[in-house]
Write a protein that binds this ligand. Structure first.
Ligand code: NDP
Length: 497
């Protein structure tokens, strides 16, 4: 972290003096004792935890403190082989032949266990990822459980899902997930795959393996037959080995567009089915008739939720020129009240950046924004000395050619652009290689419908942002990937339809 980014100001977490409120929130830390982190974790293969064949390991750290949390097995090609073989055997012998109503029982059990152990999952997620506990507690964990509940309901109704009378599972799914929503992405991948009768080999991100391993423990606790779910931890090469494995019938990936393209090349020419959920550079569009305070909340939620580590983040604010100064001024006042600091404090709004590598990327892109002539602003806030931190940042005076308007920053950084007419808003919003999501803020229903039809984005939110529901399909166009997760559409990706 460049020292220059550690802006001088109030004490971390306190309201700055400029708001005129000279008081601070008392710390309200969640106890980390609700979770017991083991010193070492093995791979979860064929229903048991075991060390990697070559014995190699890596450390996972707490990004808020840089303290090592645990040592985790790094799966080799032999381990991936064993996991795929276990998944194949479970698919043929147990899981695919099992009636859907029986499979559903296991999914319900997993969902209930997630709820029962929700505090443990939330604390572990915040420790390993750096996200604020109020987000892991109120968003990640409940939504993960909701996905298992939702797809449990489909398991015995596949023939009524509109895919023909007897849709069949695909076989073994190789699933690679990122670090921004580690448990939730595991649930998005596993729940529909299992409901449809597939077995899974899941590769969590290297920096956030712990909740996937706790979920493996929950699978064990739920009595899931061995081999139905396997978790192979490791780095990118473990993911590459998994997606290229000849025993995998279906590949599902969430992560960067760059790696998504590599995976598309790796599976090209094979008969593997592929879904890719990749990056985004979403426009959050505010018209002059929008209720400003609500729009400001939506802008904050759009880009500062989860430190901006969100593929559908509203990272480009398109605001109508006539209200731009007013909206930016209200936004700056609101940002001055955000509390950055200890992810386990229940008052914290902005937690830690997930890794030093990600912090370096955010720092590099924001420097490019300044060098291109955009004006940078952050509220006064002191960053903790240890760990990876970045203050909430907005850039005004951004033009469409700037890198900060084109590239996915994946951090708490908002680029503000203006427009005059709805047509111009559409043209600017669609001027991106991505197409995952968009937001519209206006009082007029007809304008919402017209805009939603013009925007090339898989998800369009109106007068809200970042709303997720297991029944609602999610996915992108163009370089944001293809295929849908969630809802009935999410089942199609795991059925031979
Ligand atoms: P990656 O796309 O590299 O990582 C996503 C997952 O893929 C991780 O599990 C990773 O493992 C794995 N992986 C890496 N290389 C390969 C490969 N060749 N074949 C198969 N699997 C692979 O994202 P990063 O974590 O490196 O982040 C880089 C950038 O990507 C971020 O700065 C951000 O801009 C963007 N990103 C976007 C996400 C989104 O949802 N849109 C999510 C995450 C990142 P490992 O973690 O061990 O590298």
């Amino acid at each position: 972290m460049a020292k220059a980014d550690r802006a001088a100001g109030t004490k971390g977490g306190g309201l700055p003096a400029e708001t005129g409120q000279g008081w601070e929130y008392a710390p309200a830390p969640e106890s980390r004792d609700v979770v017991s982190i083991k010193p070492e974790y093995g791979l979860f293969v064929a229903g048991e935890f075991r060390p990697a064949a070559g014995g190699s390991t890596f450390d996972t750290i707490n990004p808020a403190t840089e303290e090592p949390l645990a040592r985790v097995a790094a799966a080799s090609a032999a381990d991936v082989d064993a996991a795929v073989a276990a998944a194949r055997e479970a698919y043929e012998q147990v899981w695919a032949p099992m009636p859907g109503s029986e499979r559903a029982k296991y999914l319900y059990r997993i969902a209930r266990q997630l709820q029962e152990r929700s505090r443990e999952f939330a604390v572990l997620e915040s420790l390993d990822n750096g996200k604020p506990i109020k987000e892991s507690r109120d968003v990640d964990v409940p939504l993960a459980a909701a996905h298992f509940f939702y797809y449990a309901g489909w398991a015995d109704k596949l023939e009524y899902a509109g895919f023909g009378p007897a849709p069949r599972p695909l076989g073994v799914a190789g699933q690679v997930i990122p670090w921004n929503f580690p448990l939730l992405m595991a649930a998005w991948k596993l729940a529909p795959a299992l409901a449809a009768g597939n077995t899974c080999v899941l590769k969590p991100a290297e920096t956030t393996p712990l909740t996937a391993l706790l979920l493996a423990e929950v699978c064990e606790q739920a009595g899931l037959p061995p081999g139905v779910v396997n978790v192979v931890t490791g780095a990118g090469d473990t993911g590459a080995t998994l997606v290229a494995h000849a025993g995998v019938d279906k590949v599902a990936f969430t992560g960067s567009t760059e790696v998504g393209k590599e995976i598309a090349r790796a599976v090209a020419g094979t008969d593997k089915k592929l879904t890719l959920e990749l990056g985004g550079k979403a426009a959050n569009i505010v018209f002059d008739d929008a209720p400003v305070e609500q729009a400001v909340e939506g802008i904050v939620n759009g880009i500062f939720f989860n430190q901006g580590h969100v593929c559908c983040a509203g990272s480009r604010l398109l605001v109508q020129e006539s209200v731009a100064d007013h909206v930016v001024e209200r936004l700056q006042r609101r940002l001055a009240t955000l509390r950055l600091g200890d992810p386990l404090d229940k008052n914290t709004d902005i937690g830690a950046i997930n890794s030093g590598q990600q912090l370096a990327k955010i720092t590099e892109l924001t420097k490019a924004g300044e060098a291109a002539g955009a004006q940078r602003w952050s509220p006064p806030c002191t960053l903790p000395e240890r760990g990876y931190w970045f203050p909430p940042t907005i850039f005004t005076g951004v033009s469409q050619s700037h890198r900060i308007a084109r590239e996915e920053i994946f951090g708490p950084v908002l680029s503000v652009l203006t427009f005059r007419t709805p047509d111009e808003a559409v043209t600017k919003a669609n001027n991106t290689p991505y197409g995952l999501s968009a937001g519209i803020w206006t009082e007029k229903g007809s304008r919402i419908l017209w805009m939603a039809q013009q925007l090339r984005a898989g998800v369009v939110w109106a007068n809200t942002y970042n709303r997720f529901d297991p029944a609602s399909p999610f996915g992108g166009y163009q370089e944001s990937g293809f295929g849908r997760e969630g809802g009935r559409h999410g089942l199609a990706a795991y059925l031979n339809v």
